[in-house]
Each structure stands twice: as structure tokens, then as C-alpha cells.
Design a protein around this ligand. Structure first.
Ligand code: MN
Length: 209
């Protein structure tokens, strides 16, 4: 099966007023769709045709060399956005509970300190990229950021803290410019009102299996 654009789990206006409906619609139907289309071209007639997008981004160097950058950018973009949409919901926000908050306390010095570290990673990522909360290879939690459509699953080529991302924030201008213009810190602050912590907790459990 080729890669397909996933349906959003909510309406385009569900994340108002924090993320506006027009941004969500363009982001999903134009930007994400373009990553899907080009990711399909990147894996076509290779050993990774029909494999999961996670398998592709963990094995970029096993694709034919002339597909590397196309796969990295577009399979990366497809993986990142597919994760991202599910990390937000109407009426989200608040704080995590259970094993996840215990791990945040243990590895990141508590929820408030984590929020500050993640926000700074998002604000300080120069140019286009993503901020991440990652289950690292030791099973702990790390905050990091990546450039472009890189993903922590890509390994040390993408970040000094590779692993499985369980929370991510898109800080490309296409994610916020219509509403926030150059004020990325305001968009980052608004994101905390949308986070679907139940989904992050599920991602955390799956990453530790
Ligand atoms: Mn994006």
C-alpha cells in the first residue's frame, strides 16, 4: 500500500483559537499531502516500497543513494505530521499523569521544568524544524530538536538525542505564520493548551515495549 494522508481526528476549526482553521486546512491538505506524494515517489521500486514510514526513516541509508534526500525530507515529513495531528485535541492541555509524569519528574526535573526546556527547544530551533520529547535508547526521556523534517528515529544524523518521539511540535513557519506571523514564542505557548496527554502517554507506553 502506498502512503496515504491520514484523516485528522478532529475538524479543521477544532483547535481554534490556538491554531486557526485556515492554517490547519492548508497544513493538512497541501503540506502533508505533498510529503505523502513525494514519499511515495522516493520509495517506489525500492525494497522499502510498501513498508511502514517508520521503517523507511530508520533506514534512509539503505535506500538507493539518489533517493536519500527525497526520502529523508518527505517520509520524514509524513511521519512527523502523522504523529503531530494526534498529539493535539480540542480541550487538550493540562498535565500528564501516571507513569509518564513520573518519568518526566525523574529524567527532566518535573513538568514545569520540562515545559520550559521543550519550549526553548522549539523557540531556539533556527529556521524550520521540530521540537521533540524522546524516549531515548536508555529508556529515559530527553528533550531535543531537529532541522527540516528530520525525526529522532533517524538516529544521530538527526539529533544528538535519538530515540522514539512521543511528543513533537512543528515549528516551520507554515504551521503558525497566518495567525502568529513572526511570533513563534506565542505559538509555542498556545500549543500547551492543545496537547493530548492521553495520546502522549500511549506513545510513551508503546515506545517502551
Ligand atoms: Mn508542517
Amino acid at each position: 500500500m502506498p502512503f496515504e494522508l491520514p484523516k485528522l481526528p478532529y475538524a479543521y476549526d477544532a483547535l481554534e483559537p490556538y491554531i486557526d482553521a485556515r492554517t490547519m486546512e492548508i497544513h493538512h491538505t497541501k503540506h502533508h499531502q505533498a510529503y505523502v506524494d513525494k514519499a511515495n515517489i522516493a520509495v517506489k521500486d525500492t525494497a522499502f516500497d510498501g513498508r511502514s514510514v517508520e521503517e523507511v526513516i530508520q533506514n534512509i541509508d539503505k535506500l538507493p543513494q539518489d533517493r536519500h534526500s527525497m526520502a529523508r525530507n518527505n517520509a520524514g515529513g509524513h511521519a512527523n505530521h502523522s504523529l503531530f495531528w494526534k498529539l493535539m485535541k480540542k480541550g487538550g492541555g493540562g498535565a500528564p499523569t501516571g507513569d509518564l509524569v513520573k518519568a518526566i519528574d525523574q529524567h527532566l526535573g518535573g513538568f514545569e521544568k520540562f515545559k520550559e526546556e521543550f519550549s526553548q527547544a522549539a523557540i531556539n530551533r533556527f529556521g524550520s524544524g521540530w521540537a521533540w520529547l524522546v524516549v531515548n535508547h536508555q529508556g529515559g526521556l530527553t528533550v531535543t530538536s531537529t532541522a527540516n523534517q528530520d525525526n529522532p528515529l533517524m538516529g544521530t544524523t538527526a539529533t544528538t538525542s535519538p530515540g522514539t518521539p512521543i511528543l513533537g511540535l512543528d515549528v516551520w513557519e507554515h504551521a503558525y505564520y497566518l495567525k502568529y506571523q513572526n511570533k513563534r514564542p506565542d505559538y509555542v505557548a498556545a500549543f500547551w493548551n492543545l496537547v493530548n496527554w492521553d495520546q502522549v502517554a500511549e506513545n510513551y507506553r508503546n515506545a517502551r515495549k
